[in-house]
Design a protein around this ligand. Structure first.
Ligand code: PLP
Length: 365
């Protein structure tokens, strides 16, 4: 074999130009590159919970004796716990290594090469990522100027190749909520619809009660944001039971690890504590919104989540992001169609808001 032929020419041709996912920055990779020590970095770029997980989780993990044992592939105990927490029957529930994995599994289950997924942009990048990785074709429908889903346009985009319509509600990175009648109009098309409710505990908006009524509805949730478990990767979804069974069959057998199960168990024993933190984050979001409004060069959008999207009115969002990063404050910036020059700021603790606003005032003048 010739020297430079290499193996690369053998990979799936549709993945040669695959864009991947631009993940958030890990603070340790910034050591020496920012003006503060790594421990001083304020991470407001991935919608993580600034208060961390429940202390019960850390305690239970420190003494958990069965790390040598594979977790239950059938997720029996986990699905039982999730039934108790959500009120949705265990037969409807499948858990994943983050809800990211459930997006992937649903698309793997439904998509044949060339099948279409309708995606309402701008939205969560994993929908595109997984669609393309599964060999599907992404059909993009633009949201309007307030980032509301254009239901008429969604319906007009349906073809005989459409397999799934996916929407995040509330949407990331815009924070927008979709009115329930609009969701219903999409569900009433009869096509499989995925509603990603990653921020449910912040918004309290859900279509989960409609699951028994609509056989084409799927709902995703996660412990990453409200429960502070992003690092342990635990999400779940509600599916019609026959679809849940197919998902259980095709998922990697031990997709939710033992530590994540312990963490769910302990988090659910500490709901009051965690919901107090959620309330604090919501209050802080509203304070942050007020502070951002006062800055002339930013236009914040109202949010039902734990983050706020802002248009940067007088310059490049990438530059602003970099200047904040130099000061040890991480935010996310976007520069895509419909999301020109925008930054997304996750809600931190009050002192994080103070540091951010101080930095923004210094930078923005
Ligand atoms: C954060 C987020 C997720 C991913 O959650 P994980 O459970 O951590 O994989 C899914 N969907 C949306 C819309 C998100 O913002």
């Amino acid at each position: 074999m010739s020297e430079d032929a290499g193996m690369e020419r053998l990979i799936r041709s549709d993945l040669v130009n695959f864009g991947g996912y631009s993940a958030s920055t890990s603070p340790e990779t910034l050591e020496g590159k920012v003006e503060v020590p790594v421990e001083g970095i304020i991470k407001l770029d991935a919608n993580e919970n600034p208060y961390g997980c429940s202390p019960r989780v850390s305690q239970a993990l420190a003494t958990y004796p069965y790390l040598n044992i594979y977790p239950d592939a059938g997720q029996t105990r986990l699905r039982g716990l999730l039934q108790e927490y959500t009120g949705i029957g265990a037969g409807y529930i499948v858990a994943g290594s983050g809800s990211d994995q459930l997006i992937d599994l649903v698309l793997r289950l439904f998509l044949e090469p060339g099948d279409e997924v309708i995606n309402c942009i701008p939205t969560f990048a994993m929908f595109q990522f997984s669609t393309e990785l599964c060999g599907g074709k992404l059909v993009e429908v633009s949201r309007d100027e307030n980032f509301a889903v254009d239901v008429t346009a969604v319906k007009a985009a349906i073809t005989n190749k459409t397999k799934i319509i996916i929407v995040a509600n509330p949407n990331n990175p815009t924070g927008t909520i979709m009115p329930q009648p609009d969701i219903l109009e999409i569900v009433n098309t009869g096509l499989p619809v995925v509603v990603d409710e990653a921020y449910y505990e912040f918004s309290r908006a859900t279509v989960a009660p409609l699951l028994t009524q609509y056989k084409n509805l799927m709902v995703l949730r996660t412990f990453s944001k409200w429960a502070g478990l992003a690092g342990l990767r635990i999400g779940y979804g509600f599916f019609p039971p026959e679809i849940a069974n197919h998902l259980l069959k095709i998922k990697p057998p031990y997709n939710v690890n033992a530590a994540a199960l312990v963490a769910v168990q302990e988090s659910l024993k500490d709901i009051d504590y965690l919901m107090d933190r959620v309330k604090a984050i919501i209050a802080e979001r509203d304070r942050l919104f007020g502070e951002l409004t006062r800055l002339k060069f930013l236009k914040p959008f109202p949010s039902q989540t734990n983050f706020i999207l802002c248009s940067v009115l007088d310059g490049k969002a990438s530059k602003l992001q970099q200047k904040l990063q130099d000061r040890g404050i991480l935010v996310r910036y976007f520069d895509k169609p419909l999301l020109r020059d925008s930054i997304r700021i996750s809600v931190g603790k009050p002192e994080h808001t103070d540091a951010l606003i101080k930095a923004l005032r210094e930078i923005g003048g």
